[in-house]
Design a protein around this ligand. Sequence first.
Ligand SMILES: [Zn+2]
Length: 273
Amino acid sequence: MPELPEVEVVRRALQNDLLDRRIVRADVREARLRWPVAPELADRLRGARPRAIERRGKYLLLRFDGGTLIIHLGMSGSLRFLPQAGPPARHDHVDLVFEHGVLRYHDPRRFGAMLWQPDEQGGPERHPLLAGLGIEPFSAGFGGEHLHRATRGRRVSIKQLLLAGTAVVGVGNIYASESLFRAGIAPSTRAGRLSRARCEALAGAILATLSDAIERGGSSLRDFVGADGSSGYFQLDCFVYGRAGKPCRVCGDTVRVRRDQQRATYWCRSCQR
Ligand SMILES: [Zn+2]
């Protein structure tokens, strides 16, 4: 599933390729995504130019004069810009045909979304899917103080709180495990019991982990949005995630795993308290 770093890398690529370029037409071959693609979308986009390409959580926001196209890649979606597009293949559901190439949306499982939010209904931040999202990790308001405030009185584990996305967006399972390792915090620690200093450490670890992933994605940008359409996790050099039974890279103790609700939690008992 594409996570925040993957989506951010896609955003940067689209910004390079598409900003202010004109859409000739939109071809919607399959409208049945997680929510149906609106029948009038093609009319809205004809002749339009993306004026800004932003990201909120895992949502891509293509801002046009008069409205915003909100795109989510779901479980298996990918966006590729093809300067010379061949005929669409299976699961290539939507093409935005520009004068200089085609932006192609591919999604075998169709859990993604492509939604139009007109400006008169407020900006995309007013859309129900985006309105309840937590703070952006790379925004000025995020840091130890914010995490400390957001965790007060919370009895859930810090890992569960991070995954919920209400305290901060974009820290999915892999990034939560890695951030907690870097901060030396056991994943099962009750969120409300974290000291201010540990919240500072965790905020720093979240930023470092996400930045590393974006940087790695950035260096393999061509491959990522390239012809194979792959959209897996970037090859992060994980400390604990996916390393159950192997020696901890810092202390040599065995990395543990616990599975609950189909999610695996990896941690080192010696490094994380
Ligand atoms: Zn260790």
